[in-house]
Design a binder for this molecule. Structure first.
Ligand SMILES: NC(=O)c1ccc[n+]([C@@H]2O[C@H](COP(=O)([O-])OP(=O)(O)OC[C@H]3O[C@@H](n4cnc5c(N)ncnc54)[C@H](OP(=O)(O)O)[C@@H]3O)[C@@H](O)[C@H]2O)c1
Length: 262
């Protein structure tokens, strides 16, 4: 299938690891030009060099108030426009409702809602003026079905799903198609890396790293965590010319975790 993304100008936030890295690699392999965004500028530059094909990088924290405008302007400057935006940067940690501080709640809000909001506010009108574009917000199954692992994550991911739909409705008539992807647990560094969710769950429950991963897999109908590439494939399809009638969707890529038909 020809995805129709050759030479498209793409922003991928959180593109140095996990789902974002897999997405950037897949877009670049199809001939798109990717602006690799992460806080670690050296790592972003290393990934952009690995991607080749005119890809570029920017060190930026998406929670900075000016980051949305700065990232989108950089993409337009370097690539001559912005065709695709993937709001992927995000994180979680194991913290109970009782342990979560106001600061934790605020940080999760800034990262999952204000960051993507400012990026869409900067990119949406530019895409509309150019005749269209694609935006994909990487949300979570936890936004569809709240989890007590980190309630601030679940609540802000639910808000991000709503935010995605609001922008989809705002820009449908402009040809800017906005969709959300809701992954379940994925074998990215967030889950499997040192100090990641598996290690945190293991410490909280007095079990091993592998036992924590097995316990998580047992909750998933497919019986395993997803690979980053499997989620990236859904994201890249939604970024493509082939997804021309999909907007406002909240596409689960969770191995069947959230049992809903809507
Ligand atoms: N892994 C899962 O099980 C899972 C499940 C459902 C949803 N998700 C969602 O999928 C997305 C990607 O998760 P992942 O598992 O691939 O995470 P990851 O492996 O931890 O990678 C996170 C990426 O985001 C960047 N990042 C983090 N905070 C940032 C910030 N403030 N500004 C800019 N970049 C930032 C990181 O680079 P720097 O540290 O250099 O900034 C890194 O490139 C997140 O939105 C997450 O909530 C993940």
């Amino acid at each position: 299938m020809d995805l129709g993304i050759t030479q498209k100008a793409c922003v991928v936030t959180g593109a140095t690891r996990g789902i974002g890295l897999a997405t950037a690699r897949m877009l670049a392999a199809d001939g798109a030009r990717v602006l690799v965004v992460a806080r670690d500028a050296d790592e972003a530059a290393r990934v952009a060099a690995e991607l080749g094909g005119g890809c570029s990088s920017l060190g930026a924290d998406v929670t900075d108030q000016d980051a949305g405008e700065r990232i989108v302007a950089t993409c337009a400057e370097r690539f001559g426009g912005v065709d695709v935006l993937v709001n992927n940067a995000g994180t979680s940690f194991v913290r109970s409702l009782e342990e979560l501080s106001d600061e934790d709640w605020q940080q999760q809000w800034e990262l999952h809602v204000m960051g993507p909001l400012r990026l869409m506010r900067a990119a949406g009108p530019r895409m509309a003026a150019a005749g269209g574009g694609r935006i994909v917000n990487v949300c979570s199954s936890a936004g569809k079905r709240p989890s007590l692992t980190n309630p601030a994550y679940a609540v802000t991911k639910a808000a991000q799903l709503s935010l995605s739909r609001v922008f989809a409705d705002r820009h449908a008539a402009d040809g800017v198609l906005v969709n959300a992807v809701a992954p379940g647990a994925v074998t990215s560094p967030l889950w499997t890396g040192p100090g990641g969710l598996a290690d945190q769950a293991a410490a909280a429950r007095g079990i091993s790293h592998d036992e924590a991963l097995a316990a998580q897999a047992a909750k998933i109908p497919l019986g395993r965590l997803a690979e980053p590439d499997e989620v990236a494939a859904v994201i890249v399809f939604l970024c493509s010319a082939r997804a021309s009638t999909v907007t406002g969707a909240a596409w689960s890529a969770d191995g069947g975790t959230v049992a809903t038909i809507v």
